[in-house]
Design a protein around this ligand. Structure first.
Ligand SMILES: [Zn+2]
Length: 415
């Protein structure tokens, strides 16, 4: 079985390397934005979108032209990768997976990717990596890189530089140690409730840091834009953002590791987070209802990283030999697990479930988790017997159901 895995380290660049990396990231951003602007103009003129090959041709002209000769200083492959990213952004937009591609801004996701392993040298013994036009870079060697290097991404976050090394290696198909199955209900008051009764407290990393962040943002707004003090204040805001991300990632990783090691089959509801987190305000013709409450909920959902939770569960289960089963969200919060009665009245409040038919009473999230586990069992049985189940609405990947896939449904941890 092929296992794709990313290893991420903090870089310890020299001053010159830092300046170069900033320049390279800036060049990539410039190329992305220029290509996007061009595609938009073509669209307005009624012309067809340029393909990747066409854009690469233009990139060569830009690099050799008189207007932007500095583009030639940046390594060419990362610039081309930027155009690939733009292609993918368009593809995601047309497939309705994402919004229209947006222009990149300085300081947001500054990064560039080296796609050719032949140009990359990794010297783990000396904790250094060689990248084209940057030379040897030292990194904080916190763990061994396993497998064959496929590509390398350099990125900036919170004033630091990181390198993410994507690798591929052959591993033996894992045999799951756990045998149990569990259903998970995702919620706002409880981040996740398992059908065995355990639950995870809400992840309020953002809330906890919110005051801190607001103060820093206010301090920044009081400074004269682009002054030295403004830059310092901005660095502080970015640092808090990075810290929030770290806390959230750490929490999610711990939760998903525990769950994937203790259960062979995990059933989860296919919540369409994208729909839920879409602007609650609606449009002018069709204004949204309960805008305040909904945007609060949306924020909580995003804050808690449900998507990230599911993504991590998916690949960690695959690594452990388990399976993630996504079930369509139908009546999971309204069905009585004791008598099967389905009614919206069963759920009088957000927290309590009380069956109007048989009087069964339980925490509403736990009831949801039990129902999700049942739905998952039914789905799993159909898969095994070969019956065709309609895919859950918006199911992210069918790999989750495939039991004998040669390549596991690995998510590449994009940290
Ligand atoms: Zn009942």
């Amino acid at each position: 079985m092929q296992r794709l895995q990313a290893f991420r380290y903090e870089l310890m660049p020299t001053g010159e390397q830092q300046r170069q990396m900033r320049r390279f990231a800036g060049s990539c951003r410039f190329v992305f934005n220029r290509a996007l602007a061009l595609q938009k103009e073509r669209y307005e003129r009624g012309e067809k979108k340029l393909g990747y090959a066409g854009l690469c041709k233009l990139l060569t002209e830009w690099r050799n032209g008189p207007e932007t000769p500095w583009l030639a200083d940046a390594p060419v492959h990362p610039l081309q990768q930027t155009l690939k990213d733009l292609e993918r952004a368009y593809a995601n937009f047309f497939a309705k997976r994402a919004g229209f591609p947006r222009f990149k801004k300085k300081g947001q996701h500054d990064s560039f990717r080296y796609p050719d392993p032949k140009q990359i040298k990794l010297d783990q013994g000396n904790s250094r990596i060689f990248l084209p036009k940057l030379g040897w870079l030292r990194y904080r060697n916190s763990r061994k890189v396993l497998g064959e290097v496929k590509n390398v991404t350099v990125s900036a976050s919170g004033g630091k530089w990181f390198v993410s090394i994507q690798t591929e290696r052959e591993i033996q198909a894992p045999v799951p140690k756990a045998t149990s199955a569990v259903g998970i209900d995702m919620g706002v008051t409880r981040f996740a409730t398992l059908s065995d009764g355990t639950f995870y407290a809400p992840l309020n990393s953002f809330k906890r840091h919110e005051d801190c962040l607001r103060r820093a943002q206010q301090a920044m707004s009081r400074k004269t834009k682009f002054s030295n003090n403004w830059k310092k204040a901005k660095a502080r805001v970015q640092k808090i953002h990075a810290r929030i991300g770290d806390v959230r990632r750490d929490y999610l990783h711990k939760a998903t590791t525990t769950i994937s090691q203790n259960h062979a089959m995990v059933c989860i509801e296919d919540l369409q987070v994208r729909n839920m987190s879409r602007s609650a305000a609606g449009t002018t013709e069709n204004p949204g209802k309960n805008v305040r409450a909904k945007s609060g909920l949306n924020k909580a959902i995003l804050d808690q990283g449900w998507f990230e939770f599911r993504r991590q569960l998916d690949y960690k289960l695959a690594w452990a030999g388990g399976h993630l089963i996504v079930v369509p969200p139908q009546n999971t919060s309204r069905t009585c697990p004791a008598c099967g009665h389905v009614s919206a009245d069963n759920r009088q409040t957000q927290a309590r479930f009380l069956c109007v038919e048989c009087g069964f009473e339980e925490n509403a999230d736990l009831v949801g988790a039990i129902n999700i586990l049942r739905a998952g069992h039914a789905r799993f049985a159909c898969e095994v017997s070969g019956a065709v189940m309609p895919p859950a609405a918006g199911t992210h990947r069918s790999d989750s159901f495939r039991l004998d896939a040669g390549v596991s449904a690995v998510g590449i941890p994009r940290l």
